[in-house]
Design a protein around this ligand. Structure first.
Ligand code: ATP
Ligand code: MG
Length: 206
């Protein structure tokens, strides 16, 4: 078993409504490239930037994340933000994880190219970048270069890029497809597909 000093943890935050192969492939690419021991998926309770649609119940988003990650021995799902009241600020999560894993653990926050665009406006961003490394994953439709250079200049050796096999999949797209009765097969793990239909998620009539 590794000592605390050697632990390299990935943290993938998101709404995961629903989780899909874009999330999973980005997390796996980061895990391999940065030799992470584990990646923790952290579904948020209340995203800091209010979504323009009613977000599904935490219970559903948590269970879909568990179903989606069950076949990967390196992936886990954390309830840390779901069990915390109020807005889910990443800084609060990182402070809490730092307490759990100790001062010498290497924490890596993984985020897609779209999410990193407004990183400088995140709560307590300087402390955030002191608590963890930031891994920016490429995502089809979003330019990473300018923002990445800016961040790398401001936070030397704290922000990195990972090349992810391009999957133009989004939760928004999946929700639309369900609403319109279009197939979602092969966009997300099959158990998640079944879960969505079983619980009537994303359809208009509920
Ligand atoms: P929504 O359309 O509801 O915003 P989403 O597909 O963007 O959903 P989120 O839960 O918002 O999913 O994203 C969680 C994290 O995963 C974010 O950092 C996002 O940038 C990243 N991500 C989502 N989809 C992809 C993808 N296809 N490729 C790479 N990264 C992705
Ligand atoms: Mg998103």
């Amino acid at each position: 078993m590794k000592s605390e000093t050697e632990v390299r943890l990935g943290i993938m935050g998101g709404t995961f409504d629903p989780i899909h192969y874009g999330h999973l492939v980005a997390a796996e690419a980061a895990r391999a490239a940065f030799e992470l021991d584990n990646v923790l998926f952290v579904p948020n309770r209340l995203p800091p930037h209010k979504k323009d649609y009613p977000v599904s119940e935490p219970k559903h988003r948590y269970l879909m994340a568990v179903l989606a990650t069950i076949t990967n021995p390196y992936f886990d799902v954390s309830r840390i933000e779901l069990d915390r009241d109020g807005i889910s600020y990443t800084i609060d999560t990182l402070r809490a994880l730092r307490q759990v894993y100790g001062s010498t653990a290497k924490l890596h926050f993984i985020s897609g190219a779209d999410a990193i665009l407004d990183l400088l406006s995140w709560k307590d961003v300087d402390e955030l970048l002191a608590l963890c490394y930031f891994i920016a994953a490429t995502r089809p439709g979003y330019q990473l270069s300018d923002q990445l250079l800016k961040l790398q200049k401001k936070y030397p050796n704290r922000v990195f890029r990972v090349e992810v096999p391009a999957l133009a999949i989004s939760s928004t797209g999946i929700r639309c497809r369900v609403r319109e009765g279009k197939p979602i097969k092969y966009l997300l793990p099959e158990p998640v597909e079944y879960y969505i239909y079983k619980h009537g998620l994303y359809s208009l009539k509920k």
